[in-house]
Design a protein around this ligand. Structure first.
Ligand code: BGC
Length: 394
């Protein structure tokens, strides 16, 4: 089968002929890949700054934001069936099976010896077929076919929210929402600010608006622009850092309860951390390159963190539960904001044209998706989908 391979030693990225995987154990499914999204991590791997092939291979098949369809299952498989649309998770547990990995919380692996499909020592999804254990597969309802490839980038926010609700249960924090969707008290509904308007930041805006938070997105470019228009359509305000300083933004929006960093830029992130509100939580999700950077006044930051009971949190990868919550949310986004949600995918291209998509950015790009195949089995739409968590509820 064809796959996109990155060769770190010889610094090549090309289509390779890779052995088609076969079912090897009783709980596996074979998946025909339909679409794989391109993200910043893929681009760094293609610039040979990140990413490691599996032991014994001189290339890594990249890609971790995927959507596929099950074409064959082993006899012991019970949760997925031929024809199901599926999105596999990314990280696999460490050989030591540390307490986190043992509990299916590979995203919290203690040893660091985990693998990540398409990133670290495990082949990814930019290929025609994949074989995976069913416990790592998330079944999507058929109506999410056109946006399902956005699930993995959405899980970054889903995990951040899972952690936020857990941490903020230290105080009375949650939005109180009545059945009509209105907040019952302005006092308890939160203000959220997202730093960065890439796919992760924009998907976070959908998630926060869906939770009735007063949501703002800050990015460099001045409005009007396409992203500002998209955000306005879901009820989010867009602010430009070319026009306003972090202090001016804080003054304009009022106390900020939640900041989610989605830029990978340290300088601007620490500037915003300096204007986080009382009892606020600041979440870092970006992975910046290791270059020298001047971080602003540490004393002022430390003083605020203590005197304002603030939390600074880093989060990477996402557990199975975050994928399940993401499926629930994608359905809600699609019902509430179908056009803005679809417009996050700005290009779909055959995988053979990968070079332009992986090695450079397109003007006005949000998410570029590479196509690897078309669905072979059609399904009846289903009305409800239930959340299931191996090992119990989160
Ligand atoms: C992926 C995560 C992964 C992280 C670090 C991100 O792009 O979405 O699954 O853990 O990169 O490798």
């Amino acid at each position: 089968m064809k796959a996109i391979g990155v060769f770190p030693k010889t610094k090549e990225v090309r289509v390779v002929e890779h052995p088609e995987p076969v079912l090897q154990s009783p709980a596996q499914a074979k998946i025909k890949m339909l679409e794989v999204g391109v993200c910043g991590t893929d681009r760094e791997i293609c610039q040979f700054q990140y990413g490691t092939p599996p032991v014994g291979w001189d290339y890594l098949i990249i890609g971790h934001e995927s959507l596929g369809q099950v074409v064959e299952v082993s006899p012991g498989v019970t949760r997925v069936k031929v024809g199901d649309l599926v999105v596999p998770t990314v990280r696999r547990g460490c050989p030591e099976n540390c307490i986190s990995c043992e509990q299916m919380q590979q995203d919290m692996c203690f040893t660091g010896h985990f693998t990540e499909r398409g990133i670290k020592q495990a082949h990814g999804y930019m290929c025609e077929f994949v074989v995976e254990e069913e416990k790592f597969l998330n079944v999507l309802p058929p109506e999410l076919r056109e946006v399902g490839v956005l699930l993995e980038p959405l899980t970054i926010t889903e995990k951040a929210l899972m952690q936020t609700f857990l941490i903020q249960s230290r105080l009375h924090w949650e939005c109180r929402i009545d059945p009509t969707g209105k907040t019952t008290s302005q006092k308890t509904c939160r203000t959220a600010l997202i730093i960065g308007a890439g796919p992760v930041g924009l998907l976070a805006a959908f998630a926060f608006c869906n939770l009735h938070m007063k949501t703002f997105v800050v990015a460099r470019q001045k409005a009007p622009n396409e992203k500002a228009a998209l955000l306005a359509a879901i009820g989010t305000s867009y602010l430009s850092t070319e026009e306003l300083t972090p202090a001016q933004i804080a003054e304009r929006v009022g106390p900020i309860d939640l900041m989610l960093e989605a830029t990978g830029a340290a300088q601007v992130s620490f500037e915003f951390l300096g204007v986080l509100g009382t009892n606020g939580i600041f979440i870092f999700t970006g992975v910046p390159a290791l270059k020298k950077d001047a971080i602003p006044d540490g004393n002022a930051l430390m003083r605020n963190i203590v005197l304002k009971n603030q939390v600074v949190l880093g989060t990477v990868n996402a557990p199975y539960e975050a994928f399940q919550l993401g499926i629930r949310d994608l359905r809600e986004f699609l019902q509430k904001w179908p056009v803005p949600l679809r417009s996050l995918i700005t290009a779909r291209r055959p995988f053979t044209t990968f070079r332009g998509s992986l090695l450079g950015r397109q003007p006005n790009e949000i998410k570029t998706v590479l196509e690897f195949g078309t669905a072979v089995v059609t399904q009846e739409p289903q009305e409800t989908v239930s959340l299931s968590f191996p090992g119990g509820s989160p």
